[in-house]
Design a protein around this ligand. Structure first.
Ligand code: NDP
Length: 325
């Protein structure tokens, strides 16, 4: 189902006391959009650091997170997914009104049960498929952007009009907000990050290694693979005319090679791997538990993984040709 401006009553959110936890990419964009949509009572909850003066300079009242959530009727939780669990537990949980509405912009924390919620709290999602500055710029220019909306927990039985009002106030119903769910949003997002893109990245890594082993030059391989920005063009066309149909813009030799090669590739092992990652790692909640735990204990492997990626032959080749300068 797709919701439009005409499905949403802006006055619902205009008359609420609203708090934004976080004034980063999404927080600053959505708070300004709400204010320009006539929401008068907005408070920003933020730590006393760089973002605080930014929020004050933008004309908002800024309090500590624990103070800001106290008498809020609607709370936007717009801090990075991996810290939501801890910030909720330490600064929000004890201070929120039992019947407040929680708004998330990604499904992660709710879908994987990382927030301990009061019994009467409603939970909705308004998740722009758009970076924060894009959410603000499009609102100002009155241009649409894609967004997922959902009602997740609705003890008062009136959360749908509230989330539609919010979606309209951030500009998300202008082009149509798509009904989804936290589980679907987080599941697809994490699948792309942990299955689809790793598979694509592996293809590029091994393609480079194969061509390099055949004696071809770093410059020629990398320019053909992506320095030309051809993959960006291909994905751009895929988004407008279709994933396979964009092949019509390639030469007949390329069309034949790609269609035959894809048809002949046995995807069984890849599909089995995808199923395992989706079900055993992601939807089971195992990854979310691991990742939140890693942040709480401060022991994520991210830095080590970065170091290893710098040692890959493809990264070394980029360095040799001056791409990292
Ligand atoms: P940002 O990284 O821009 O958020 C920064 C904000 O989070 C700042 O206010 C920062 O405050 C605060 N923050 C960071 N760490 C902590 C912490 N440990 N304790 C308290 N406050 C903290 O996040 P985004 O705006 O990118 O993401 C917010 C939500 O929106 C996420 O759920 C994300 O998945 C979702 N989303 C993001 C999109 C994007 O393109 N960025 C698109 C759609 C959804 P401080 O000043 O203290 O650092």
């Amino acid at each position: 189902k797709v919701y439009h401006d005409s499905d949403a009553d802006l006055s619902i959110i205009q008359n609420k006391r609203v708090t934004f936890v976080g004034f980063g990419n999404q927080g600053s964009a959505q708070a300004q959009n709400l204010r320009d949509s006539g929401v008068k009572n907005i408070t920003i909850g933020n730590r006393d650091d760089d973002y605080k003066p930014k929020a004050e300079a933008a004309g908002f009242t800024v309090k500590s997170i624990s103070e800001a959530v106290k008498d809020a009727e609607v709370i936007f939780l717009l801090i990075p997914d991996e810290v939501q669990h801890e910030v909720w537990k330490e600064q929000i949980k004890e201070n929120v009104a039992d019947n407040a509405t929680l708004v998330v912009a990604s499904g992660y924390a709710y879908a994987f049960d990382l927030l301990e919620l009061p019994a009467n709290m409603s939970v909705v999602m308004a998740a722009p498929r758009m970076i924060g500055p894009g959410v603000r710029d499009r609102y100002v220019a009155k241009e649409p952007y894609p967004c997922f909306v959902s009602v997740e927990k609705d003890p008062s039985d009136n959360a749908l009009p509230v989330v539609l009002s919010i979606a309209r106030a951030i500009g998300a119903t202008l082009g149509g907000a798509v009904e989804s769910s936290c589980r679907e949003e987080a599941g697809i997002d994490l699948f792309a990050e942990q299955a689809l893109w790793p598979a694509i990245n592996t293809c590029f890594r091994e393609a480079f290694n194969t061509l390099k082993a055949a004696g071809f030059s770093d410059e020629a391989i990398l320019h053909d693979m992506y320095l030309s920005k051809e993959p960006a063009e291909v994905f751009d066309r895929a988004a407008t005319v279709g994933f396979f149909r964009q092949l019509k813009f390639h030469s007949p030799t390329s069309q034949f090679g790609q269609l035959r090669g894809t048809k002949n590739n046995d995807g069984t092992a890849l599909r089995a791997k995808f199923e395992k990652v989706l079900h055993e790692d992601i939807l089971s909640g195992e990854f979310a538990k691991f990742w939140s735990g890693a942040f709480t204990s401060g022991s994520s492997d991210l830095e080590q993984l970065w170091k290893e990626s710098e040692d890959e032959p493809i990264s070394q080749a980029e360095k040799r040709i001056g791409l990292h300068d």
